[in-house]
Design a protein around this ligand. Sequence first.
Ligand code: G3I
Length: 348
Amino acid sequence: DGLHSLMVKAGKMYFGTAADVNSFNDTEYMAIMSNKNDFGMITAENSNKWDETEAVQGDFTFTKADRVVAKAKQNGQMMRCHTLVWHKGLPSWGNLAFSPCVMILLPPGCADSLPYSAVADSAWTNETLIAVMETHITNVVTHFKGICYAWHVVNEAIEDIYNPGYRETVFSKVIGGDYIPIAFSAAAAADKDAKLYYTDYGLESMTEKLNAALIIVDDIQSRGIRIDGVGLQGHNIVGATPSRASLGETLRNFTALGLEVAWTEVEIRHGQLPPNETALQQQAQDYAAIVGSCLDVKECVGVTIWQFTDKYNWVPQSLPGEGDACLWSAEYQRRPAYDAILDLLRGT
Ligand code: G3I
């Protein structure tokens, strides 16, 4: 019995993990990652992002991404593909990575702190940026046709520090909110089978963000453009993770619109390290709440953790002093949360 085999027995499609080529020479890592009992779905943590697939404008390269696909195929694992349009993981050409707010926390209204011309100077016009975005999506989605169960077409398009309008990125500043349905339209044209998702974080804890995501979904659907699902990333904090019932309610906001849902990037970090026994038990409870919320909602297809070991999880580098977030420690010791999920699934 493992995470994936028990999720399938519970009627779900998968339990999965993010993984990427940076850990492919780590034999202990690969032994766990390749165990289909635990993981039936793989997400390339970085290799499908724009800066990896089109580092030079018009020049598409999939070397790293194809290695992840090959490994998943060898293990009999499915692929969830991440991500086509996002304000990070962008190449430097054309000032694509330009975003007035992305790196500094300016006072509310920060988008107005840099004149529109600052963005327009990035030399993009509405038409040229739409063409570049559509070309990117068409080439990348076509390359992975028949491989990706789902694509994260647009990721994190909603601001969360200020009034939750569109996050200020080159796409929103030059094209406006239309970039989102345009992106979904291009992805749908390139692959009629892959499920097309909008993904974001904090939907389970920031009501304004949840409402903004519902507006994004409605905007796409009202134009008759295909969107199949919403992915809630699920980056959470021990002791501050909503309850199983609350998480289920959040998921139902989206399934009520005819969508499927998934938890796409779960890890639950400790704010104080090292965690004491109580904190480890709370972490186990919080992981069980997220998995439980997927069990409780029929249209939830599965749960993906954002790496299974702290050795490769983004939190320690990005949030110093926080971490111990994964189901396995950096030394590949399972945490209580692993068994809590198995117990939950066995009890279903
Ligand atoms: O591959 C280059 C390498 O060639 C270079 O030597 C090295 C040093 O500059 O950088 C390497 O790229 C790094 C990449 O991870 C691969 O390790 C990037 O700098 C670094 O920014 C990137 O961080 C990733 C981050 O997204 C930004 O793309 C994290 O690993 C990844 O966990 C994180 O994941 C995001 C999801 O995509 C979206 N949701 C939030 C989540 C956490 O931030």
